[in-house]
Design a protein around this ligand. Sequence first.
Ligand SMILES: [Zn+2]
Length: 301
Amino acid sequence: MNEKEIITFSAYGGCYVIRGNGAIESAKLGAVGVIIRSLGLPVDEHPHTGSMHYEDSIQKIPAAALATKDADILSNYLKTSKVRFAYEMDCKNFPDAVSYNVIAELTGSEKPNEIITFGGHLDSWDTGEGAHDDGTGVIHCLEALRILKTLNYKPKHTLRVVFFMNEENGNKGGQTYATWSKSRGDIQIAAVESDRGGFAPRGFEIDGNEKYLNLLQSFAPIFKPYDLHIFDKGYGGVDIGPLKKSFEGIPLFGFVPDSQRYFDFHHAPSDVFESVNKRELELGCAAIGSLVYLLDKNISF
Ligand SMILES: [Zn+2]
């Protein structure tokens, strides 16, 4: 990963193809297997794994991610000597099984059919507990709704929290939610996602038109004292992405926390409860609760 990128997600995006397409491209060149240096900035002993692809017409070869420390050792060996490398892997694909999104809402007092969705994903990549990816996103949104309920806030629109299932391995929860919501006659007017870790909040990105960008930017002074300053065009999120197809023109908001330590934990055995800072998590909950409140008060679809 390119350390010169200040936003670590850009660094990750810049080298994702190494893992995503490594097995396909290597097999085309006659490789019997592929090993990559884990995509992550820290030098540590945790392999950081994640999604990768095969093509049916191309030989499916074993693919593995080494911890950055181990990859550096292997790389040094390769410079000076002939190396023999043995894989021992026990990965399997199991058949699909039924699972569920979890949904909670405060019904709107004026426009109950108009929905503001906010959520994170319940599933996690299997090597860790998934505390930052995406336990904190789930808690952000649950807590945002709880805060508004505790304040006895009566929303205009329906505020709906969704804990999405199966983000990591095909986004079936996000797709099913979009179709289900459309089929029951909902009007989705905005969606917010938290899936970039439970770190100190820095702002929100928007995937939407100028009108909604201007609306988001009009909130910036309110957030400034809390150290949030990113209010730009950008990416919403994987789980809320399918809403764009079902509800044309819907603005998607992606919660942006500080990104510097996300890839210390992402898809690694280190992504555990203890790696979450309570105060930073609480600030994120407050930021999302505030955005949802401001959207409910000010958005016109
Ligand atoms: Zn995630």
